[in-house]
Write a new protein. Structure first.
Lengths: 464, 453
């Protein structure tokens, strides 16, 4: 059945059998993954991003697109200068009587004020509960405005995983653009980007240019006017397959696009393999071999510096599943020891990576979950670390333990340049941990009782 | 609250409530909502981690029920019961505050029943209903402050009022970006006349300070958003209200605050006058260092200010009334009700009679108003950076959302704050970004002119 033509898509928990709660060892997780990961719930949790927020984050990068959030004003948080977004502002009365009129007025205003090439309407929890007939409003205004209007059905309560939001956006864009895509261009390739930074995209573009490959980026940093041409590309290249798989498989199954979704270019070896894969698909093998050879010993100076550091060098890594594992491998390549890992979520696609982790360190402590600082605080107290590497996640719980933090949200991580920058950042943090030591002498938030409990005390199997 | 179709920089009622709770030590918020509501409360600072420290600070560790579809359909009270019980086990706190977002209010969860049950088990739990659709974050702060005051003070117990103790209300944590430093500065001003303050939020504050408000002789209202809390204290304890309505920036308004406090607390005229004189002398000493820059540097500019009531009025009064700047446009963004709008306009006109004071929180409208006003400098949030750039005028961040100006303890209140504001104001004209932006514009104009010759 066509992915793109379906009106809705299953959430990741159903589609990929993805879980977002686990506490145990790598071998336990690997054994479970073989038979099918078991959904769990938390009886204590901390707030984390929702699919609405990750959808908005992705949409905000698309040029010439206006975003209308149908919800109370707070749903459009994180307003920045240049944001092309409005909110319908559902109030108490609307939550009882319906907010369709407000939605219509807001879409019309977006068209007038922002003059976009397309509009994305994003639902919210209140709108989803109210069952406002947003589709009818959108359908009417598509004709009136003669503009593509997407509908992103975020609600913050169907899926536990914020990452589901990017799938919703991708699906909405593909539904809009796939039907009228331009004929496939034999030379064209598209880089599938969902959450990577602009600097990372520029770095990867630069790397691909060295082997004579020019790509468009989709859906992040894309242009709404170019969607139809972009989805007609011959080859789709994933950066992080965990996020790109939905789009890549949809393009492959529905439109016959060749999808390269096996590899993640973090670290020198992984980047080399990724580049070689892309080069084979785009007839650039010789040029790629030369580029790969040029960067082969990039990490050697950093390894020497790491070896000269005094004291223990245990690292704890936290992040999206494939990214976290890749970062752990890079840190280990520099001579650090992995003391534990947090994966934001895990699904059947990660089975082999988890198995590799378990084979290398069967007793490695593993957490699965996004934004659950209390779990990590408990874990870190037990396993210790000299450095915590994370991406755009809470970090104060780590600093309170006196552990230096490297947040890679502001550091390019992909490609050869990313490997160099990560290695440099790791060494800087390890060379002077004064800030973390100072902050670590403050007051702890969590109770002593919590630290005495097992890290998965509050996690139960989900009862359907 | 105005209908909002446009951008709204003020967030929602839930955001204001959460910011208040996270600013009180050993208060543990328990958010009963779907995922992401508390993340949104700090999203405007997260990109650079400024003002509140973004994700480096404990508000990214908010206990939350994370309501799922099953609970939306069948009710979330049992999930809330579970979360309350386990929060008490996992997180140390003196007070646990259950805060509701939109979803449980729409589906009709009986939150009060869960809170009552928890209290019967002797958990120190309070309840704050704060669905986002009730209003903006300022309104959320005001209502939460009132409700918290009522729940943390004991109506049945009469406390002896302390004639030298006051409560400070109306400076909203996180919304007034310098809130922590502002309250410390105001505390220091009051200390000059022997008055002690209950700041209630920020450094060193905890529920025990809230439980002492019954002893305070006066509530000082520093913005329109103090009113619900001040009124509640007046009704319950007879606490008098000292209305200022804005942040006192500089010696004149710091002195004005003392003067308004004088009859309420029975302070002597001489004591207050001595304090006012000392404040003037201190400010004059430091401002004098910059007087040549302000005069011969030709820094007497048409100023536009875009901020909430407390900051907008306070800063406008200082810039016009002491620094002699020309406050042409003041845009107040926190949407106060009509009576407070009238007071705000009067307060600005006392020092800047020609100022055009308008009220808007809408991004596009504010941009249009600023372009029409043709200011020579804009003091506002990061949202005003684009229009400042396009007008080739300096831009100084004095309110959120912030992108380039860190507010950790920084304050514009009192004398020290006024000096800091003067430093920042002068520096805005020497800012290399502004200078290079101006040069680019001039180069473009020159190039265009040459090309056309």
């Amino acid at each position: 059945m066509s992915i793109i033509s379906n009106r809705t898509i299953p959430i990741r928990e159903k589609r990929e059998r993805s879980i977002s709660a686990f506490g145990g060892t790598a071998s336990a997780l690997s054994a479970e993954a073989t038979d099918g990961l078991v959904p769990r719930v938390r009886t204590f949790a901390q707030d984390t991003r929702s699919d609405l927020q990750s959808a908005l984050q992705l949409l905000s990068t698309i040029r010439d697109l206006a975003t209308v959030v149908h919800g109370p004003v707070g749903c459009l948080a994180g307003l920045r200068a240049g944001d092309r977004s409005l909110v319908s502002g559902i109030n108490q009365r609307d939550s009882i009587l319906g907010g369709d009129k407000k939605l219509k007025a807001t879409i019309l205003r977006a068209a007038v004020e922002l003059k976009p090439s397309a509009i994305a309407v994003v639902s919210s929890p209140v709108a989803a509960i109210n069952n406002d007939d947003a589709e009818a409003v959108i359908s009417e205004l598509r004709e009136q405005l003669e503009l593509p209007i997407l509908y992103v059905r975020a609600d913050a309560f169907k899926s536990r995983q914020a990452a589901n939001g990017v799938d919703l956006v991708a699906h909405a864009i593909l539904r809009e653009s796939a039907g009228q895509r331009s004929t496939q261009n034999g030379q064209s390739a598209v880089l599938l980007s969902v959450r990577e930074s602009l600097r990372d995209i520029e770095s990867l573009n630069s790397l691909l240019a060295q082997i004579g490959v020019t790509v468009r980026t989709f859906p992040q940093f894309s242009s709404a006017t170019e969607w139809r041409e972009t989805v007609g590309s011959r080859v789709a290249i994933a950066i992080d397959p965990t996020d790109a798989d939905f789009i890549g498989h949809a393009l492959q199954e529905d439109l016959g696009t060749q999808y390269l979704g096996e590899l993640l270019p973090i670290g020198v070896q992984a980047t080399s393999r990724w580049l070689a894969l892309v080069a084979r698909a785009l007839d650039a093998t010789e040029r790629a071999a030369a580029v790969i050879a040029e960067h082969g010993s990039l990490l050697e100076p950093f390894k020497q510096q790491a070896a000269a550091l005094e004291g223990s060098r245990r690292v704890y890594v936290s992040g999206p599943p494939r990214v976290a594992v890749a970062l752990a491998e890079l840190a280990q390549e520099l001579g650090l020891t992995l003391s534990g890992i947090t994966l934001a979520h895990a699904d059947h696609n990660h089975e082999s990576r988890i198995a590799e982790l378990a084979a290398a360190q069967p007793k490695l402590p593993v957490l699965v979950g996004e934004g659950q600082a209390f779990e990590e605080a408990n874990q870190l107290r037990k396993v210790g670390a000299d450095l915590y590497i994370g991406i755009d996640s809470p970090v104060h719980h780590v600093l309170r333990l006196g552990i230096p933090v490297l947040d890679l949200a502001a550091v390019p991580i992909y490609g050869f340049e990313g490997a160099r920058r990560i290695a440099d950042a790791i060494l800087r943090r390890l060379s002077n941990p004064a800030l973390a030591r100072f902050l670590g002498q403050g007051t702890e938030l969590y109770s002593d009782k919590w630290f005495m409990k097992s890290v998965h005390w509050h996690i139960k199997h989900e009862v359907k | 609250m105005t209908d909002t179709h446009d951008h709204d920089r003020n967030g929602c009622a839930l955001h204001g409530t959460l910011r208040l709770l996270h600013s009180i030590g050993s208060v543990v918020p328990i958010l009963h909502a779907s995922a992401g509501c508390s993340i949104g409360a700090w999203a405007s600072e997260d990109s650079l981690g400024l003002s509140l420290g973004g994700k480096g600070y404990r508000h990214r560790e908010t206990s939350a029920t994370l309501l799922q579809e099953k609970q939306v359909v069948f009710g979330g009270t049992s999930r809330l019961r579970e979360q309350i019980k386990n929060t008490v086990k996992v997180v140390d706190g003196d007070v646990y505050a259950v805060v509701t977002g939109c979803v449980p209010e729409v589906i009709g969860d009986d939150v009060l029943a869960m809170v009552k049950e928890a209290r019967e088990q002797e958990f120190p739990v309070v309840s704050l209903s704060s669905p986002g659709f009730l209003g903006n974050a300022w309104r959320g702060y005001a209502n939460a402050c009132r409700n918290l005051l009522l729940q943390l003070t004991d109506a049945g117990v009469s406390s002896q009022q302390d004639q030298r103790l006051v409560s400070l209300l109306g400076i909203a944590p996180g919304l007034d970006v310098g809130w922590d430093g502002d309250l410390l500065e105001i505390e220091a001003i009051l200390a000059r006349v022997g008055v002690r303050s209950l700041r209630l939020v920020g450094y060193g504050q905890s529920p025990k300070h809230w439980s002492r408000v019954a002893e305070s002789s006066a509530s000082i209202a520093l913005s329109p958003w103090a009113e619900p809390g001040a009124r509640a204290l007046q009704e319950r304890f007879g606490t008098q209200v000292v209305e200022l309505g804005w942040l006192p920036v500089g010696s004149q308004d710091a002195g004005l605050l003392l003067e308004r406090l004088r009859p309420i607390l029975g302070l002597s005229h001489e004591l207050v006058e001595q304090a006012r004189k000392a404040l003037d002398e201190e400010l004059r000493y430091f401002i004098s260092k910059a007087s040549s820059v302000l005069l011969t540097g030709d820094i007497q500019k048409r100023v536009a200010i875009v901020a909430g009531t407390a900051s907008a009025v306070g800063i406008a009064r200082f810039l016009a009334g002491t620094l002699g700047q020309l406050c042409g446009k003041v845009i107040i963004t926190d949407d106060p009700d009509e009576s407070h709008q009238v007071s705000a306009v009067e307060a600005v006109h006392e020092c800047a009679p020609a100022a055009d004071v308008t009220f808007s929180s809408q991004l596009f409208e504010i941009e249009r108003l600023l372009r029409k006003a043709e200011p020579e400098v804009i003091l506002g949030s990061s949202l005003e950076a684009n229009v400042a750039e396009s007008l080739s005028v300096p831009h100084l961040e004095i309110t959120g959302p912030l992108r380039k100006h860190a507010f950790l303890q920084r304050s514009y209140a009192g004398v020290r704050g006024a000096v800091a504001l003067t430093e920042d104001y002068i520096s805005a004209f020497a800012n290399p970004n502004f200078q290079s932006s101006l040069k680019r514009k001039l180069d473009i104009k020159t190039h265009t002119k040459e090309a056309s010759l």
